[in-house]
Design a protein around this ligand. Structure first.
Ligand SMILES: [Zn+2]
Length: 209
């Protein structure tokens, strides 16, 4: 990266975090183990009803695949987050909802289980933001294939350890990340073990390091 590093942290397995980025600022999301699905959202803080929209993404680009050519567009169909680099398998899901308390209850969990939905709202709350709904996430590193008959196939993770994405904010945004705590299905690997990820935030050119 040609940009000075502003902040780095490890996002522990099963937890979430939200961070503010300025337009043009870049963030590197690393999957140290290659197996961890990361649910992702970005919001325009001055209008929380403008956020990365998976239905607008699929309509705008006529694809379900997130690539360097297909920026994540907003509910107002503006590019909000661009993919600058991607060393992963290139498989990122745009179809499935964030895991939530109801999913875990239906999977037979009794009592509380962490979820990507709760991680989103906890991360936003740390920034003083309350959101009364949970948008569909971009599920980075999560492999979901559409079969010819239209049904979905949840596949095992396919990225190598250390794979990363570099994201660029195309407006001042709040980006939210959740290390998916799913440990009942094998979406985070055959051993059903959620793992951590690493986030490096870079300053914009000319910004303070
Ligand atoms: Zn999840």
């Amino acid at each position: 990266m040609d940009y000075p590093l502003e902040n780095s942290f490890v996002l522990p397995a099963g937890t979430g975090k939200a961070v503010r980025l300025k337009a043009g600022q870049r963030l590197k999301l690393t999957n140290p183990h290659g197996t961890q699905a990361i649910d992702f959202w970005a919001f325009v803080e001055r209008d929380l009803y403008e956020f990365t929209s998976m239905d607008n993404f699929r309509s705008f680009h006529s694809t379900v695949h997130v690539t360097k050519e297909t920026a994540l567009v907003s509910t107002r169909r503006r590019p909000l987050v661009s993919i600058i680099e991607d060393t992963s398998s290139g498989k990122h899901d745009t179809l499935l909802c964030a895991c939530n308390a109801d999913i875990y209850r239906q999977l037979g969990v009794e009592g509380y289980h962490r979820s990507c939905s709760d991680n989103l709202h906890e991360g936003l709350a740390e920034l003083g933001i309350a959101l009364p709904f949970t948008p569909a996430p971009a599920n980075f590193f999560m492999c979901v294939a559409v079969r010819a008959d239209g049904s979905l196939d949840r596949l095992l993770p396919a990225s190598k350890p250390g794979s990363y994405l570099v994201l660029q904010a195309e407006d001042d945004v709040v980006m939210a990340f959740s290390c998916c705590p799913q440990d009942i299905t094998p979406i985070n690997g055959e051993d059903r073990t959620p793992r951590d990820c690493r986030i490096d935030i870079f300053s914009t050119v000319g910004g303070g390091a």
